[in-house]
Ligand binder design. Structure first.
Ligand SMILES: Nc1ncnc2c1ncn2[C@@H]1O[C@H](COP(=O)(O)OP(=O)(O)OP(=O)(O)O)[C@@H](O)[C@H]1O
Ligand SMILES: Cc1ncc(COP(=O)(O)O)c(N)n1
Length: 263
């Protein structure tokens, strides 16, 4: 069995973060493990609070896994602060981790900061060079590059700029475009456009976490990166289309719709 690790924050309502990642790994037939960087009190409407983990304990969580189990891919989500970023960087280098997918989570859909502002440059400097691929959404790509991004041409320019920051391949996600939901992929030589169909009126929570962990799951299973991206997009589209209205806020991604009714 292939094994994937998520290093991310806990989302108590299970739509995003560690919970979304583990559901994705399970749904895609990969054994999932987790290292928690922060715990959020969160529901479908808002993030109410965050408690960061002690960086030394993040180190303990990562090291005890690598010394015991072969890990085929790693997804990194919410990392919260500089100390945690540095520990993750050191541990992944020391343990020669491969197939690393970095989702540079910065702000929740509901507007709550999930990364301290002074940690943005550390995330770029320490984690981007270790990544096989980084997956910013439009707002994150704007913050990283300092450029406004409203169309595909600007997404391509941002992807090139981000590629040059650390040499990781880049997917600028288009879920927040006003039309379509095309993602732009750049591998350092050429672009690919993953178009997908926009699912209208779906204000879903956890789409980015699900997309990046699905890429990690397909990499763990041995897919080449461009195929992994295409299959991850298909997976997230299905989970959005079948998302659940469980609370008073956004819909929550549904990973198990294909299992049908519970007996
Ligand atoms: N309404 C939609 N219809 C189809 N695909 C979508 C839609 N919204 C997002 N996606 C897809 O979901 C994936 C995640 O993109 P998105 O831009 O939503 O990431 P994100 O903002 O990081 O997500 P989040 O912060 O909510 O976890 C991308 O492949 C994107 O194209
Ligand atoms: C622990 C955690 N990680 C990531 C997100 C981003 O997801 P979204 O932008 O859908 O709120 C989140 N809300 N919580």
């Amino acid at each position: 069995m292939k094994v994937a690790l998520t290093i991310a924050g806990s989302d108590s309502c299970g739509g995003a973060g560690i919970q979304a990642d583990l559901k994705t790994f399970g749904a895609l037939g990969v054994y999932g493990m987790s290292v928690i960087t922060a715990v959020t009190a969160q529901n479908s409407k808002a993030v109410l609070g965050v408690r960061e983990m002690d960086a030394a304990f993040v180190r303990e969580q990562i090291d005890c896994l690598f010394e015991d189990i072969r890990i085929d891919a790693v997804k990194i989500g919410m990392v919260s602060n500089i100390e945690i970023i540095d520990v993750i960087g050191e541990c992944l280098k020391k343990n020669r981790a491969a197939n690393i997918v970095v989702d540079p989570v910065m702000v929740s859909k509901s507007g709550y900061p999930l990364l301290r502002p002074e940690a943005v440059n550390e995330l770029i400097k320490v984690l981007f060079p270790l990544a096989e691929v980084v997956t910013p959404n439009l707002a994150e790509a704007e913050l990283i590059t300092g450029d406004k991004i409203e169309n595909t041409g600007q997404m391509e320019r941002a992807a090139v700029k981000i590629y040059r920051l650390g040499g990781a391949k880049v997917i600028v996600k288009g879920g927040h475009l006003t039309e379509g939901a095309a993602d732009v992929y750049y591998d350092g030589r050429e672009f690919r456009h993953f178009k997908g169909t926009r699912i209208e009126n779906k204000n879903t929570h956890g789409t980015g976490c699900t997309f990046s962990s699905a890429i990690a799951a397909f990499l763990a299973r041995g897919c080449p990166l461009d195929q992994a991206v295409g299959r991850a997009k298909e997976y997230v589209s299905g989970a959005i289309r079948n998302s659940l209205k469980l609370g008073g806020g956004t819909d929550l991604i549904n990973h198990f719709y294909h299992l049908g009714q519970v007996p």
